[in-house]
Design a protein. Structure first.
Length: 685
């Protein structure tokens, strides 16, 4: 207290100056709390709004003066009005926002970001976090090219309780609409007695396409119990034109309790997909279930900690259809219900019991990174850091892109932890095509990896299936587990890495720019024996800083799509010969013009009449687009850069199959000619 007196004497106010004026503005019920806070425990911080600007970062808004830090127990009294942050993480020891009189529209205390760039409200505590009734914590709405701000409350050693309203911000509307903000609560225990709602996705305007997806809502108890409360995924944005097919997806709703997930009477969950799960040995208890307690636009997944672990459903409302989904309702665990009730009467469609954990329906997965804000991708969407790591997210950037306006940048620069960015999947069985477009700068150094895993989090080497190394030192791609399987690497242009993964027959093949360099490789035993016929994660790994990690590289248009054979008409225009019911890849190998699900008489233009152009007389080899006497990935990259163009006089060399269009068929033909030098056609017919 003596130091405090001296400070006020220096400012000329003394003890009856600034501090006294602050106290007079507060309700008498708060005075005792503040007086205790100014005593021996200097680690308490109480909001008093003395700076009169509502900003968390202004020291005069707190008693004692000074912005709270990670050793401070923070209290925000009831009805404190709007408090704004600069969007950066607020680290405290604990936080209590006291119950207020605020209603659904006029909250007693609201905490939100004011920053246009950092729109999320993020608070981390080592102890408890509590948002009292009548209060709201929200993300800022996105504008321009920004996603909606998220709400992220995390306790590393205590409980997170929400009795108020948590709301993600709306995504920006425009030609490239952005996703709505998420709501994420993480603690040893999590209790939601209020509401949690994802932000609405942005509407698409100006050009045809889908609206952006709504923000998700997730609660995770790392040590104990989640009490779910009411959760609603953000509405998807309107498409252009606005039809159901063009509307963005509603946000995901998920609850994970290590030991227990509890639903109380009146709790409701609504989202595109609803997932409730526990750790090993955990149980799920649902009490007082009402009609429409779970409504999913896609699927509902309920996973106890094992096939024999209990899932209790008691006091179900008579006649209620509790679980309502469009695609499927999957339950993993042993169900206990009120006498005389059955799963069939409370689920639509009928739920099924799975002996294995329920997983999201497979693919397709398409990621172009355009819906995100520049910066950490792990703060957005479904990307995450490698399990157990921190500060290893790749960065969304507009420095390079293959399509749209953004891509994902990875690096392992000295002084950084090295990017190690993961996306999880739940693919079981079938044949799948993986693709990623990759840009490695001409001046890149070091080595990075594209890693596919059959189990994640990875516990043993047999959880890995494939590790493809990008070696920028020697300009080569190779299979990390069999370096003899390799191919030259091209820098300075976007290139395509693809893999066909046959989980049913345990075979994977990897192709780079049309050249297959990994063949007949086991998926399950590709790294070590004993793997599974699953695809559970992709890991984009920049390598170790200071130990050969990549200096910089970019990813775009990453996809997993189930493979289906495509048949159609295949025309060899130069010969005027056409054949029906040909596989697309066979037609490309024959260097024909392919039309999916079309017969030869219906081709337009007819076979042999595709129009022609004269080749550059200096073009030495068939497929040698740049005329350097070699057919290699550079030529394929040049063809890709002209997709969608017509073969006018300047681009005739790019139209390898002479069909008048420059498209993936031309790139495929060039790729099939790598390392050859056949005489080119002088003129297209």
């Amino acid at each position: 207290m003596e130091m405090e007196i001296k400070k006020h004497e220096r400012t000329g106010y003394g003890l009856l100056g600034t501090r006294a004026r602050k106290l007079r503005r507060l309700a008498p019920s708060v005075l005792l709390l503040l007086l205790v806070a100014t005593g021996a425990d200097a680690a308490d911080k109480v909001w008093d709004g003395g700076a009169e600007n509502g900003e968390w970062e202004s020291g005069d808004n707190w008693n004692p003066d000074g912005v709270p830090g990670k050793n401070d127990d923070v209290t925000i009294p009831r009805d404190s009005g709007e408090i704004t942050t600069n969007g950066e993480i607020k680290e405290v020891k604990s936080l209590c926002v006291e119950d207020s009189e605020g209603g659904p529209e006029d909250h007693g205390t609201t905490i939100k970001s004011r920053d246009e760039e950092e729109r999320s409200t993020k608070i981390t505590a080592s102890g408890d976090i509590k948002i009292g009734t009548g209060n709201k914590v929200c993300g800022k709405d996105g504008t321009g090219l920004h996603t909606g701000g998220s709400v992220k409350l995390k306790s590393t050693g205590g409980k997170v309780t929400n009795d108020g309203a948590l709301q993600g911000g709306k995504g920006a509307t425009g030609e490239n609409p952005k996703h709505g903000g998420d709501v994420k609560l993480t603690g040893k225990n999590v209790e939601n007695n209020g509401t949690e709602t994802g932000g609405k996705g942005g509407n698409r305007t100006g050009r045809e396409g889908k609206g952006a997806n709504g923000g998700g809502v997730t609660n995770k108890a790392t040590d104990g119990t989640v009490i779910t409360g009411t959760k609603t995924g953000g509405e998807g944005g309107d498409g252009n034109p606005d039809t159901n097919a063009k509307r963005g997806k509603k946000g995901l709703v998920a609850s994970f309790g290590m030991e227990l997930v509890l639903l109380d009477p009146g709790d409701r969950q609504e989202g595109s997909t609803i997932a409730i799960s526990t750790g090993p040995g955990g149980m799920i208890r649902m009490i007082g279930l009402q009609d429409g307690a779970f409504v999913a636009d896609e699927s509902i997944f309920i996973n106890a900690g094992g096939p024999d672990n209990p899932i209790e459903m008691f006091d179900i409302e008579p006649g209620a259809v509790v679980f309502q989904a469009v695609e499927q309702i999957c339950i993993h665990g042993q169900v206990f219900m009120d006498g005389g009730r059955s799963l069939e009467e409370i689920t639509e469609p009928d739920a099924f019991i799975s002996p294995e954990p329920c997983l999201p329906p497979p693919g397709p997965f398409l990621e172009d990174f355009d819906g995100y804000d520049p910066g950490d991708v792990c703060d957005q969407g479904s990307w995450e850091e490698w399990d157990g790591s921190s500060d290893v997210c790749g960065q969304v950037t507009d420095v390079q892109w293959h399509s749209g306006i953004q891509s994902l940048r990875l690096d392992a620069l000295p002084g950084s932890p090295g990017d190690d960015t993961v996306h999880r999947f739940g693919i079981v069985g079938g044949v799948w095509d993986f693709k990623a477009h990759v840009f490695v700068p001409d001046d890149a150094t070091g080595e990075a990896f594209v890693i596919l895993l059959n189990q994640y989090p990875a516990q043993d080497w047999n959880n890995w299936s494939l590790q493809i190394a990008y070696d920028a030192y020697d300009r080569v791609l190779y299979n990390r587990n069999d370096p003899t399987q390799s191919t030259p690497m091209v820098t300075g242009v976007w290139t395509e890495l693809s893999a066909r993964i046959d989980l049913d027959n345990d075979v994977v093949e990897v192709t780079y720019e049309g050249h297959t360099f990994v063949t007949n490789r086991s998926w399950r035993d590709g790294v070590a024996p004993g793997g599974q016929p699953w695809i559970q994660a992709i890991d984009l790994y920049a390598g170790e800083p200071g130990n050969g990690g990549i200096s910089e590289m970019f990813f775009d248009d990453v996809s997993f799509v189930e493979y289906h054979e495509v048949f159609g008409a295949c025309c060899m225009d130069q010969e005027g010969f056409c054949e029906d019911l040909v596989l697309e890849e066979d037609c490309a190998e024959w260097r024909g013009r392919f039309a999916a699900e079309t017969s030869c008489p219906d081709l337009d233009p007819p076979c042999g009449e595709s129009g022609g152009c004269v080749r550059d007389p200096e073009w030495q080899c068939d497929g040698d687009v740049d005329g350097d006497g070699q057919v290699n990935p550079v030529d394929s990259g040049l063809v890709q850069s002209r997709f969608g163009s017509t073969s006018d006089q300047d681009l005739c060399n790019f139209d390898v199959d002479c069909d008048g269009q420059i498209n993936p068929v031309d790139a495929g033909i060039v790729q099939s000619l790598f390392g050859t030098c056949e005489p080119p056609r002088a003129e297209c017919p």
